[in-house]
Design a protein around this ligand. Structure first.
Ligand code: G1P
Ligand code: ZN
Length: 544
């Protein structure tokens, strides 16, 4: 079999963002664009010859093509084996699970997460290291550097691989192994959670649920786990067949984009429990009968109840949350007498803490929750965790959250996104705030007094690496906070994210709608940051 050396030249802008390289499909379709990036990944790694690579994606448009290209390039570069999910499919958490289980050298995930798919949508590619987690910045920066100097790439001159039947195919010195995308992951879940107990809850007929796979990758996982293993009826699943364009939708499990599910849970005859996952299966949204659990609260509830599940019965080493995530989990950590770690936005910052055994549960306000069972956030894991709690506590979601707030207090929380605004305007807003944040201390806004204003900087407690400029924090003396940062995952203009949080200890005052509970802070944020002026928008695009 021949290896072809194809001459190429660099593309600007191949710098991986919060979660790998994400661009419009049309950008990836330019000749050599994908190949350049894949070669840059391989060129920034060492010692992978003869080793195993895991490859799979969320099934969006271009997934199949990209898998074939990566397989041919992996042969040419000397990998010994590539494990690929049937049909080129693997959820992001499943990639992480399989890298760890089979001790692979690394893995490539093809996904742009929740961004819309299809020929006019987005595509993405991300490299994960041997611990199963996203490559740290030192590697992503090396990939970028390689992509800016690339002169040629290597690709095997061979036919396409058959990806639809599990089994092994030998080509040259490399084996391509097509595996069932679900079974290894399902086995891990069965080990962590009490499937018998969840099954009896579902079989009892006293409990109803709905899971929305949003036409994306979690469909096959939900069918196998929720339907086949836990006995949920087919009515419990919505949009469970993955489509290349995700049914034209925006598979982001939040109150705006998972509207159909939200309508069911807030409608008449609403089920007891509802959940959704995103395009690549790493996010989750949790709903109860007429109630929504914020991801920050979900992390806190899971932490406070983890001892009720087989996988976490022995307790938690610590909890980690991203800086903009609410401080609800901090109170649980305090109560449990364990450490709470505050990291920058992005799952990659949890990797070292998990590897070092310092944190067991991790979460982000952006509908991401996970644990040390793998090194990505994990949508179905969170759903199963909640199901396990519901099966043990035999209380409604609403009762569980009310009891939690009663005990720990409630952190009113919301995120306002200003999507696709002018990059210049948003950049200027951040620049101005960055300069003024330090001088806000002591200033009063209504009942609030500023205790701290800064641009969050993080020193990794394990390797000492420093990540600066991770978001402007304005913290008030009562612990309330306003946080602003620019998204690192958007593909058009800039997206400004405003995060708002207020603590309320009085149970009599914990039942407001979040926007009402945060009304003063929303006004103060506008006064301090002049969002309307800089974004030229009257209101946020998405409120979660
Ligand atoms: C967003 C979320 C962040 C998450 C990332 C990948 O990044 O805010 O928490 O880790 O997507 O799912 P952002 O667009 O804010 O940079
Ligand atoms: Zn995702």
């Amino acid at each position: 079999m021949n290896t072809l050396e194809i001459k190429t030249s660099p593309f600007s802008g191949q710098r991986p963002g919060t979660s790998g390289l994400r661009k419009k499909v049309s950008v990836f379709q330019q000749a050599n664009y994908l190949e350049n990036f894949v070669q840059s990944i391989f060129d920034s790694l060492e010692g992978y010859q003869g080793k195993t690579l895991v490859v799979g994606g969320d099934g969006r448009y271009y997934n199949r093509h990209a898998v074939q290209v990566i397989l041919r390039m992996a042969i040419a570069s000397g990998f010994g084996r590539v494990i690929v999910g049937r049909g080129g499919l693997l959820s992001t958490p499943a990639v992480s699970c399989i890298i760890r289980k089979f001790k692979a050298f690394g893995g490539i995930v093809l996904s742009a997460s929740h961004n819309p798919a299809g020929a006019d949508g987005d595509f993405g590619i991300k490299y994960n290291i041997a611990n199963g987690g996203p490559a740290p910045e030192i590697i992503t920066e090396a990939i970028y550097a390689k992509s800016q100097q690339i002169k040629q790439y290597l690709i095997a001159d061979c036919r396409d691989f058959e990806l639809d039947t599990p089994g092994e195919q030998q080509t040259g010195t490399m084996v391509v192994e097509v595996i069932d995308p679900v079974s290894d992951y399902a086995e891990l879940m069965q080990h962590l959670f009490d499937f018998d107990r969840i099954k009896s809850l579902i079989d009892s007929g006293l409990f109803t649920m709905r899971f929305d796979a949003m036409h994306a990758i979690t469909g096959p996982y939900a069918v196998e786990i929720l339907e086949h293993r836990l006995g949920a009826g087919p009515d419990a699943l919505m949009n469970a067949i993955p489509k290349e364009d995700f049914g034209g939708g925006h598979p982001d499990p939040n109150l705006v984009y998972a509207r159909d599910l939200v309508d069911v849970l807030f409608g008449s005859q609403a089920p007891d429990f509802g959940a959704a996952s995103d395009g690549d299966g790493d996010r989750n949204m949790i709903l109860g009968h007429h109630c929504f659990i914020t991801p920050s609260d979900s992390l806190a509830v899971l932490a406070a109840n983890a001892h009720l599940t087989p996988g976490y019965r022995r307790g938690l080493a610590g909890i980690a949350r991203s800086m903009p995530t609410s401080q609800a989990a901090d109170r649980v950590a305090d109560h449990l007498g364990i450490e709470l770690y505050e990291t920058p936005t992005g799952w990659k910052f949890f990797g070292n803490l998990l590897d070092a055994g310092k944190a067991t549960l991790c979460g982000e306000e952006s509908f991401g929750t996970g644990s040390d069972h793998l090194r990505e956030k994990d949508g179905l894991w969170a759903v199963l965790f909640w199901l396990n709690l519901l099966a043990v506590r035999k209380e409604s979601v609403q009762t569980i959250i009310n009891a939690h707030w009663h005990h720990f207090g409630r952190n009113y929380y919301s995120r306002h996104d200003y999507e696709s605004v002018s990059a210049d305007g948003a950049g200027e807003l951040m620049e101005v705030l960055r300069k003024s944040a330090g001088s806000l201390k002591g200033k009063r806004y209504g009942e609030y007094e500023v205790a701290l204003g800064d641009d969050f900087s993080y020193t990794d407690p394990i390797d000492g690496s420093i990540s600066e400029r991770q978001g402007i924090r304005i913290v008030f003396t009562d612990g309330s906070r306003i946080v602003l940062r620019l998204s690192g995952t958007g593909t058009e203009g800039a997206t400004l994210r405003l995060y708002l949080e207020r603590y309320e200890s009085n149970p009599q005052r914990q039942s407001l709608d979040a926007q009402d509970g945060l009304a003063d802070l929303i006004r103060i944020a506008e006064e301090i940051a002049q969002i309307r002026h800089y974004t030229k928008r009257k209101a946020p695009t998405v409120i979660t």
